[in-house]
Design a protein around this ligand. Structure first.
Ligand SMILES: C[S@@+](CC[C@H](N)C(=O)[O-])C[C@H]1O[C@@H](n2cnc3c(N)ncnc32)[C@H](O)[C@@H]1O
Length: 446
């Protein structure tokens, strides 16, 4: 078991604005992180057993035909007590994660706002637009159980949503996004470097950038580029800008705006990036914003999207049902529709040329040595680390049989084992349809 523990919260990265966390708060964060892992690894498999042994046979017995759609699976599974228990647990960890993060931030909100203001006030790299309208689909729900979602402001100059997002990301991702929560951005930089070694963007746009944690690796990789991070949530943008400045990034401009009404120079961005963005939008918004992106891109520019993979013909009914869960119980209303939407088609309608669309994937870039995602070297108790050897230069040291779900061993060129997560899947081991749906990219007609 020791090998499967995530790192403890106090190994998480800190920066000059990071909220203080006390012993009990760290313990709560660690508990919830480990509870998430436990549910994912130990409890979740029981759903498949329920489906295969009870729910599916019962449905066939009662109706005379097998389950045929993911909606039917959901309706049938909803009556199963094991599934009910699992779903309640999952929902509860998400609610608790939000409360834990907000507890930390709210008790020191005045200080956090003051520190953020010191980095924000008078800066040309921050554009807050108090007249900007929150997109209706965003205003309609508290995304992933986050009270007030990304945009609510409870006091002037509020940073609560941004600070809470950053503070609790560790729990939501069970420590798998690196100590700065920037694993997605670092991975995409690797992808670009490998695939387009001569690409040297002058202007980069990150749409739906949140607090910019995945934007900063882009700014770091291309320090001469002007990077623009856009988000609809003012508290996200304020926190993101202050955080970036505190970390020494002065080539990133943060703008509060709805991506659908962006007032930026057309044909000017060499690279438009979205990371975990489209699933937070809506069917009508995705069409409009793709068109906007196309208009903003410089001829020959690159458009990269890291997003939930679509279902493929190989995705089983049970997996479709499971992956849809967030749409129904984690306030992610668009999640389910996006799974079956042909995003290439949307891009085509927006003006991208089908011949220039392609797919890609890259391995997760997690800091080696100091913050391995699942290493015994960062386990909670020293005693659990004794098998691990040199903590600085090794990745996961457990045996392959103890690898958590969704991770697999790969050999890097330096012959050290390294591990990939399912969200950063190795493209070489994907089916063609999976590849198509993993990262959708497109060159603008030049
Ligand atoms: C899941 S977060 C991802 C943030 C960031 N890309 C990351 O990787 O951490 C999605 C973000 O999209 C933003 N968003 C949703 N709709 C938007 C819109 N129409 N225009 C701008 N931002 C939007 C939300 O405010 C939220 O911060």
């Amino acid at each position: 078991m020791a090998n499967t523990l995530p790192p403890t919260y106090d190994r998480n990265g800190r920066h000059p604005l990071s909220p203080n966390v006390d012993h009990d708060e760290i313990a709560r964060f660690n508990f919830l992180t480990n509870l998430n892992v436990h549910i994912g690894q130990r409890v979740s498999p029981g759903n498949r057993t329920a489906f295969e042994n009870r729910v599916s046979p019962k449905y066939k017995r009662e109706t005379g035909h097998p389950l045929e759609t993911r909606q039917q699976v959901r309706d049938a599974m909803k009556k199963d007590p094991f599934y009910q228990c699992w779903a309640a647990l999952r929902r509860n960890t998400m609610e608790q994660r939000q409360q834990a993060g907000r507890h930390v931030v709210l008790r020191q909100l005045d200080d956090l706002i003051e520190s953020a203001k010191q980095h924000n006030d008078g800066k040309e790299t921050l554009n807050i637009d108090s007249s900007a309208e929150v997109p209706p689909y965003l205003a309609a729900v508290d995304n992933h159980c986050m009270p007030g979602s990304y945009y609510t402001e409870i006091v002037p100059d509020d940073v609560l949503a941004g600070a809470n997002y950053e503070t609790g990301l560790f729990i939501t991702t069970a420590g798998s996004m690196s100590s700065k929560g920037d694993g997605g951005g670092r991975s995409i930089v690797n992808f670009v470097r490998q695939r387009f070694p001569d690409f040297s963007p002058k202007r980069i746009l990150d749409l739906g950038a949140g607090i910019g944690s995945n934007t900063l690796p882009l700014a770091e990789a291309f320090p001469d580029a002007e990077v623009v991070a856009v988000d609809a949530g003012a508290p996200m943008v304020r926190w993101g800008h202050a955080r970036a400045q505190a970390l020494g990034y002065d080539n990133v401009r943060f703008i509060q705006a709805d991506g659908d009404s962006l007032d930026l120079d057309p044909n000017s961005f060499d690279w438009v990036q979205t990371t975990m963005f489209w699933h937070e939008t809506s069917t009508s918004a995705i069409h409009g914003m793709m068109e906007k992106v196309h208009a903003l891109m410089a001829p020959g520019g690159l458009f990269l999207n890291v997003e939930q993979p679509n279902f493929t013909p190989e995705t089983s009914l049970f997996d479709q049902f499971t992956r849809d869960w967030d749409a129904w119980y984690n306030t992610e209303p668009f999640w389910s529709k996006l799974h079956v939407m042909d995003v290439f088609d949307v891009m085509k309608t927006a003006g991208f040329s089908s011949e220039k669309m392609f797919d890609g994937g890259t391995e997760a870039d997690i800091e080696r040595g100091q913050f391995q995602p699942w290493s015994s070297t960062v386990s909670r108790h020293k005693a659990e680390s004794k098998e691990s050897g040199d903590a600085k230069h090794n990745a996961y040291k457990g045996s392959d049989s103890t690898l958590p779900d969704g991770m697999k061993r790969v050999e890097k060129s330096d012959n050290k084992p390294w591990y990939r997560t399912s969200s950063q899947t190795d493209i070489n081991n994907m089916t063609d349809t999976q590849k198509k749906n993993y990262i959708r990219t497109g060159n603008k007609n030049g």
